[in-house]
Design a protein around this ligand. Structure first.
Ligand code: BG6
Length: 506
């Protein structure tokens, strides 16, 4: 449907019922930058239900007016959901409420329960409730347990629902993820739990499934017989910004690989699901994670590279990671990871998946490159022909391009490499939409297809755990440095060069 614009009344599908969203961590950065603007966008498109309330819960003591004003101020500087319409914002803000409290304090939850009951009665909201955990992960278990104790985790009638969205990181290793799953599933049923990874809310990420399973021409080639290798890059130009304290406890492996990059890998490699529904899609994605060859000490040494950004230039001079606020000047935390994954199944046996992510790299780009085998026999005098590549630009410049050889004009039979490009913007108009809004929209409609299930989160941690173990056992080893503004440490290039390949740098 070329020419259809993304930002119209029908952006968000399905009918939503009245509901109350309870946002934990409501005064925090994530709430202000992502969650509240996404809710505003839904409300502005009449997609948050005919009647709704959003109750912020956080430790900071402030009045409801101050809460509304602080979100209003923040919203002005948010561009992700487009400019804020002041009239629509005022209407949205009149549905915002605030409940201060300590996450571990039982009394605060009794107060919350009382407030919810009053609001639901006075605004005729019914009793659908969505709890959103956008707090530091250390307090997730407190909140979940307190919700259980306060009797807030169960729907109050057979017709109503209670759901909970839990932000990443879901645990910091396999053991803590299992522990958190146990706590959560003691209080909620799995079908009430929506573990969010905002990459799955991006249109271009979902388009991976459409490209593969909505077309007849790609899937027959999508296997080891035709694909030489796959590259997945999630590159950022930003540094750690104000998150140095958090990042010191995370690093790129936990922050990006365990979640976003493995999500992308799953969608590239997944088998066709029987249907586009939560059970079928998530079952198939889980199988991919379970088929990735587990890392041992030797494989980590050979196939995983880490790095840390040193001072450099991103337009202007920028400091190195160790000079960032909140970062230990002798820190060994990695801001870059590259690695090779092998998927041991019939479709992908022997096809390397090279993955890479980093902060302060040369360009902001999330891109998936599928490189096909060269033609088996070249009949032309020109022996060196480029392999065909399918490039999926996840962000920015969302689009797809395919490269192939074409005869150069002229009397010589000479081959040039050309590309055919599809741009989301040109094809569909302005498609800027917040991934968070898409996922929230799914959640209020009860569709968990694009959320993580407990078993998949654990499978992803099971994969990265051995890497974390090797790194912590070799704590004295140096972490290779790379200048900000480059494509990472030299070791990352060597990883591919050793195998006669090169990174595709967008
Ligand atoms: C977050 C990470 O999950 O994803 C951040 O914690 C990272 O460190 C961000 O910057 C990247 O998201 P996006 O949508 O900008 O690619």
């Amino acid at each position: 449907m070329v020419g259809e614009t993304g930002r119209c009344g029908s952006v968000y599908g399905g009918v939503a019922e009245p509901c109350t969203v309870i946002l934990f961590g409501a005064s925090g950065d994530l709430a202000k930058r992502k969650v509240i603007p996404a809710m505003y966008d839904l409300a502005a498109h009449n997609a948050l239900g005919p009647r709704y309330a959003i109750v912020g819960f956080a430790r900071t003591a402030m009045t409801e007016d101050a809460f509304r004003a602080s979100l209003g101020e923040a919203a002005k500087t948010i561009s992700e959901v487009g400019p804020i319409d002041p009239k629509k914002w005022d209407e949205f803000a009149s549905n915002l409420y605030y409940c201060p409290g300590d996450y571990g304090n039982q009394e605060a939850y009794a107060q919350l329960a009382k407030r919810l009951a009053e609001l639901e009665a006075s605004k005729n909201l019914g009793s659908n409730r969505l709890f959103y955990l956008s707090t530091p992960p250390e307090v997730y278990s407190d909140i979940v347990e307190q919700l259980g104790r306060a009797g807030l985790a169960r729907p109050s009638s057979p017709e109503s629902w209670v759901r909970i969205i839990i932000e990443k990181p879901f645990g910091r290793d396999l053991a803590s993820a299992k522990e958190l799953n146990k706590i959560v599933l003691n209080v909620f049923d799995e079908k009430q739990v929506y573990r969010i990874d905002h990459y799955l809310g991006k249109d271009t990420v979902q388009n991976l499934l459409v490209l593969r399973f909505g077309n007849g021409i790609f899937e027959p080639l999508w296997n080891r017989n035709y694909v030489d290798h796959v590259q997945i890059t999630a590159a950022e130009t930003l540094g750690v910004e104000r998150r140095g304290g958090f990042y010191e406890t995370a690093g790129a492996l936990r922050d990006m690989i365990q979640s976003h990059v493995l999500q992308l890998t799953s969608l590239v490699a997944v088998e066709p699901p029987a249907a586009f529904d939560a059970t079928a899609v998530r079952n198939e994605k889980l199988k991919v994670l379970q088929s990735i060859r587990p890392f041992n000490l030797e494989m980590v040494a050979q196939s995983i590279v880490r790095g840390q950004y040193a001072p450099g230039k991103i337009g202007e001079p920028v400091p190195g990671y160790r000079d960032e606020p909140g970062v230990n000047p002798a820190s060994k935390t990695e801001t870059f990871v590259a690695g090779k994954l092998l998927i041991d199944n019939w479709r992908w046996a022997g096809v390397p998946f090279y993955i890479r992510t980093g902060k302060r790299l040369a360009k902001r780009s999330t891109v998936i490159m599928i490189q096909f085998h060269c033609a088996p026999h070249i009949v032309f005098r020109e022996r060196e022909v480029e392999p065909n590549r399918l490039v999926l630009n996840i962000q920015p410049d969302e689009g797809i391009s395919i490269s192939f050889g074409a005869k150069r004009p002229g009397t010589e039979m000479s081959i040039g490499n050309v590309t055919m490009d599809f741009s989301y913007r040109e094809g569909f108009g302005d498609t800027t939409r917040s991934a968070y809004a898409t996922l929230l929209n799914d959640c209020v409609r009860g569709d968990a297809t694009l959320f993580d299930r407990g078993d998949s989160v654990e499978a992803a941690w099971a994969l990265v755990d051995p890497i974390l173990d090797v790194w912590s056992a070799t704590r004295t080893a140096k972490v290779p440095q790379y200048p900000a503004g480059s494509w990472g440490p030299r070791e990352s290039d060597l990883l591919l060069e050793r195998e006669g390949r090169q990174w595709y740098n967008p």
